[in-house]
Design a binder for this molecule. Structure first.
Ligand SMILES: [Zn+2]
Ligand SMILES: [Zn+2]
Length: 137
């Protein structure tokens, strides 16, 4: 549970949003898609109720991707700087996966759920005692 409001934005600042204090769950995903879309070693998100998220400025562009699981993922990103800000439909979905790096203050990943660890990059060390799954749980 975040007890204070969170703020976030894309890299260029065109998209700005607020997350009201709410329950949140941190996930680090080591799957190939998350590595590609973040152009980095893994993807990291907080899952929050959509009703807690409000857009302050800007309008994300959207791209629908079909995941390996067959699930559709609606990716929301800034058309100027390309930052992926969240996954999910802010109009329809109950929960959004907000990309953790888009938030202005760092997320505590010490208890984050680790998924797709079968794809984890060599040299990335997981925290002790956290839930982890070789694939999607
Ligand atoms: Zn931007
Ligand atoms: Zn992933």
């Amino acid at each position: 549970m975040a007890t204070t409001e969170r703020t976030g934005s894309c890299e260029c600042g065109a998209i700005k949003f607020i997350i009201a204090p709410t329950d949140e769950k941190a996930i680090m995903c080591h799957c190939a898609s998350c590595q590609k879309q973040s152009a980095s070693a893994f993807g990291s998100v907080i899952v929050v109720p959509t009703e807690a998220v409000s857009v302050v400025s800007g309008q994300p562009k959207q791209w629908l991707r079909v995941a390996d699981s067959g699930n559709e993922v609606l990716a929301n990103f800034c058309e100027t700087c390309g930052t992926r800000v969240w996954h999910g439909d802010i109009e329809k979905d109950a929960m959004l996966k907000v990309r953790a790096g888009s938030l202005d203050d760092p997320i505590d990943f010490s208890k984050a759920i680790q998924i797709w660890t079968s794809r984890k990059a060599p040299g990335i060390t997981l925290p002790e005692g956290v839930p982890h799954f070789a694939h999607h749980p």
